[in-house]
Design a protein around this ligand. Sequence first.
Ligand SMILES: Cc1cc2nc3c(=O)[nH]c(=O)nc-3n(C[C@H](O)[C@H](O)[C@H](O)COP(=O)(O)OP(=O)(O)OC[C@H]3O[C@@H](n4cnc5c(N)ncnc54)[C@H](O)[C@@H]3O)c2cc1C
Length: 381
Amino acid sequence: MTVEQPFETDIAIAGGGLAGLSAAILLARQGHSVVLLEKNEYPFHRVCGEYISEESRPFLASLGLDLPATTYPLIRQLQLSAPAGLSLLTDLQPGGFGISRYRLDDLLAQQARAAGVRLMTGLKVDAIQYRNGKQEMQAGKLRFAAKLALGCFGKRSNLDLGFKRPFAIHKPGKAGNYIAVKYHVRYDQPIDTIALHNFDQGYCGISAVENNQYCLCYLTIADNLARCGNNIPQMEATILAQNPFLRNIWQTADFGDRKPISISQVSFAPKSTLENHVLMIGDAAGLITPLCGNGMSIAMHGAKLAAGLGDSFLRGKISRSVLEAQYQRQWKQHFGRRLQAGRAIQYFFGNPRLSNWLLRAGRMSPALTRFLIKQTHGENF
Ligand SMILES: Cc1cc2nc3c(=O)[nH]c(=O)nc-3n(C[C@H](O)[C@H](O)[C@H](O)COP(=O)(O)OP(=O)(O)OC[C@H]3O[C@@H](n4cnc5c(N)ncnc54)[C@H](O)[C@@H]3O)c2cc1C
């Protein structure tokens, strides 16, 4: 592997989150040579609410992950609260379970290595180019020539700029520029309940993961942080704490001595599922609003679709143009409506008056609440 001579592989994948690792495992098990480049080293923490919808359980089991309820708590209740404290408790069907990304991604990375994936960590992909029917992935001095490249690099990456993706090159308006913050805490909340507490221009989820820990994760507009002098504790004390449930969490939870992790420039703008012959999967193809608790399932389900079509392409059963057309169509068919529903619900949740109204309506009509939950979730895959 030198600058002169690229390393030949069937599949090259940029990004080893849930989308990249799942696609890599499936394709390697189908007998293809797979290189996956991930810029971080496993295990590592990520900003994520860490609630996985049950629809993903059979797929994770098929990848070799047995996730017992004794270790990874089952979540079957949803508590919602509006900024002034009005709240609602409802059944969550089909529900989900909690597992930290620190654990989940590491377990999948182990499965990928066992399946024969050439998993190269600490390597950042700089560019992906298409030349003479081959896709070339470059990371520093290393080059990989692949029959097929998959873009699994998440919400925002240096590669988005390379593809000149609109959401990456245009500055978002105040209403479209979000930040997110995550902690692991110890807190007194029923283990089977995920709570989603609204505050002015944001919402905060809390639910159990392994080792008696709770994942506490919120999303808000960047402007809220700017108004607090870019000081996260100040924003939590002045804006989040207006909701009495959140005030209680910040007053009574044990935050330990770990600092929060945070991300900025989160965008929910629609994205293309194909860029210069690269199939985009997971958040790189489109980010569902986190309140749906469904982004991880979409990332894995998208990986399954791409791996199925990729296998047919590599075996010569379909051409590249059919592969690309079918992938884009299937992606839209499975996830397009869910992403739209998520954006619409988030619009209500960011607004104190509208979220209060929605909660009142939900308290009066459990069928409405069930309907909204259903819009954001999918079927087993
Ligand atoms: C605040 C918040 C809360 C959320 N809560 C939930 C939840 O509770 N439940 C749920 O289902 N979903 C949730 N989501 C969504 C979920 O986290 C994502 O949908 C999911 O992680 C997508 O997986 P992915 O593989 O596409 O991306 P990621 O998991 O982000 O993986 C992308 C990977 O690509 C790597 N990468 C990027 N650029 C490069 C490069 N140039 N070279 C090499 N590697 C690169 C990154 O290091 C990363 O490891 C939440 C999202 C947010 C923002």
